[in-house]
Ligand binder design. Structure first.
Ligand SMILES: Nc1ncnc2c1ncn2[C@@H]1O[C@H](COP(=O)(O)OP(=O)(O)OP(=O)(O)O)[C@@H](O)[C@H]1O
Ligand SMILES: [Mg+2]
Length: 45
């Protein structure tokens, strides 16, 4: 059985407009600059 090396990073706050999406996008850019794939999923509760 193969082991996935994927990591899931959650950025969450109760407060709105706190910068969650901005942080998520910056993390994805960093990952891609390190030649890693990244997928950003934005969710509202
Ligand atoms: N470190 C920061 N310094 C200044 N402004 C910021 C910073 N991070 C985010 N912002 C600004 O704050 C606003 C809200 O950011 P963002 O949309 O990332 O928040 P959010 O938590 O995803 O909001 P929502 O809860 O509506 O999804 C945006 O206008 C963004 O440009
Ligand atoms: Mg957001």
């Amino acid at each position: 059985m193969s082991q996935s090396k994927s990591k899931v990073i959650a950025v969450a706050t109760q407060k709105g407009r706190a910068g969650k999406s901005t942080i998520a996008i910056h993390l994805a850019v960093q990952a891609m600059q390190s030649k890693k794939n990244a997928q950003v999923v934005l969710r509202a509760p």
